[in-house]
Ligand binder design. Structure first.
Ligand code: SF4
Length: 426
């Protein structure tokens, strides 16, 4: 960019550049190549005075960002690049596979300026592979702690690097929530369809360690990868129930332009409908193994199953933690009968019966307005409780959840009838 700004003849510069793309170059089948700034410290501090900070906002549907003051949370990227080759990711097309870093002094100076000049209270990390240099992570956590900043790691962190010592350092720096990029509950899908070097035992261990420490975890899961079968999805559903995360974010695999997944989908004619704006909510991949409608349905079923039916926090009697997720759902989707129902169970667990009744009455009200009966049938839930506030019945259900065997599994042969496409996240 600096080269372009400084060039006397800008058209000539664009024509000769190996990295700038113009319409003419596209017509000539030009293939651009990267021209990276190797020393990230050459990039100046972003001048926030150029923008209207009041219009700065975060996606309220993302529970990781729900609690952040829009005007005081700032996105930061202290490194660029990622050496891994996850098939669903296109990060390497933008930042390459080699790691490049801001120096630690520069990180300290930027965070200090964000705090002192713009009133930042939170830094939201956008690094693709923050854990690429472990010593550097400890130093960054020390900066966060020294400056009394909150921090959010939106892209998730490489799980194998989150050993107990590292998690303790995160906790010590004030980190109270992490995104876990588990991506699938099937070892086969992780290895072959996603090419992600991750073992389920590590995901399980990290989720348990975070729970012990008091770090809230939000686990990311993708379904509908080319090569994934319905059996893999069923196996994934079963295994995910053994990962004791606080919340699961289940999305439909999206064929990002530049990702290997997109190349496979195009080559095999797997794309269905308009892929622009699919945004992980809409299933747009259809293979020999599944239809897009099936993935859409399973995405919603798995969301209900992992976050409500088998909510880990309710299972362990950690009702305040459970209510964080459930009340966040109610905040963004006011007619979510399941969220009211399970929140009611939490209030019963807390012996706050008035709140329990109020939430149950909403569960009943919205159940009769919305489409919830089909899901109540699908999961075999106690119907009587959805008809009237029945304290004994609800207490019995709460007890059942807390004594449920993790091996009990609802098979997706339990079809919803008729299959309906629901692109809601919750
Ligand atoms: S998903 Fe994350 S770990 Fe995998 S290649 Fe992309 S940035 Fe790297």
């Amino acid at each position: 960019m600096l080269g372009l700004v400084k060039a006397n003849d800008k058209r000539h510069y664009l024509k000769e550049s190996t990295s700038w793309v113009t319409k003419q170059k596209v017509d000539d089948d030009f293939i651009p190549s990267h021209n990276f700034i190797e020393d990230l410290d050459e990039i100046p501090f972003y001048d926030y005075d150029l923008r209207d900070i009041k219009k700065h906002g975060h996606n309220p549907a993302m529970s990781a960002l729900a609690a952040i003051d829009n005007q005081k949370g700032f996105h930061v990227m202290t490194s660029r690049g990622c050496p891994f080759k996850c098939t669903f990711c296109a990060s390497h097309k933008v930042h390459g596979r080699s790691m490049r870093y801001h120096g630690i002094d520069r990180v300290r100076s930027d965070f200090t300026r964000l705090k002192e000049e713009y009133g930042a209270t939170t830094v939201i990390f956008q690094d693709d592979h923050l854990m690429g240099n472990i010593d550097r992570v400890y130093e960054i956590l020390k900066i966060i702690k020294d400056l009394h900043l909150e921090s959010v790691f939106q892209n998730g962190l490489t799980l194998y690097a989150l050993d107990k010592k590292m998690l303790n350092a995160f906790y010590d720096a004030g980190v109270r929530q992490l995104v876990l990029p588990v991506e699938s509950g099937s070892a086969k899908v992780l290895k072959h369809s996603m090419r992600k070097p991750l073992k389920l035992s590590i995901s399980k261990r990290v989720a348990d360690d975070c729970r012990d420490l008091g770090i809230y975890t939000n686990t990311n899961i993708l379904i509908g990868m080319p090569g994934e079968t319905k059996e893999d999805i069923e196996e994934g559903r079963r295994n995910l129930r053994t990962i004791h995360s606080n919340w699961f974010h289940i999305v439909c695999a999206s064929p990002l332009v530049g990702s290997e997944m997109n190349e496979i989908a195009v080559k095999n004619n797997y794309l269905k409908g308009d892929t622009l704006g699919a945004d992980y909510r809409k299933a747009v991949v259809e293979t020999e193994d599944f239809t897009a409608d099936y993935i859409q349905e399973m995405q919603y079923i798995m969301n209900l199953e992992l976050n409500f039916i088998y909510n880990n926090d309710i299972k362990f009697g950690e009702y305040d933690q459970a209510l964080k997720g459930l009340l966040n759902v109610i905040r963004v989707k006011k007619d979510h009968s399941f969220a009211y129902y399970y929140a009611s169970l939490c209030f019963i667990g807390k012996k706050e019966y008035k709140e329990a009744e109020a939430h149950m009455l909403n569960a009943i009200k919205y159940c009769n307005i919305g489409n919830w009966w089909k899901y109540i049938d699908y999961f075999g839930l106690p119907k009587d409780e959805w008809m009237k506030f029945n304290l004994n019945g609800l207490e019995a259900h709460l007890n059942k959840i807390q004594n449920m065997d993790e091996d009990v599994h609802i098979n997706s042969n339990n079809k919803l009838n008729p299959i309906s496409v629901n692109t809601d996240v919750y």
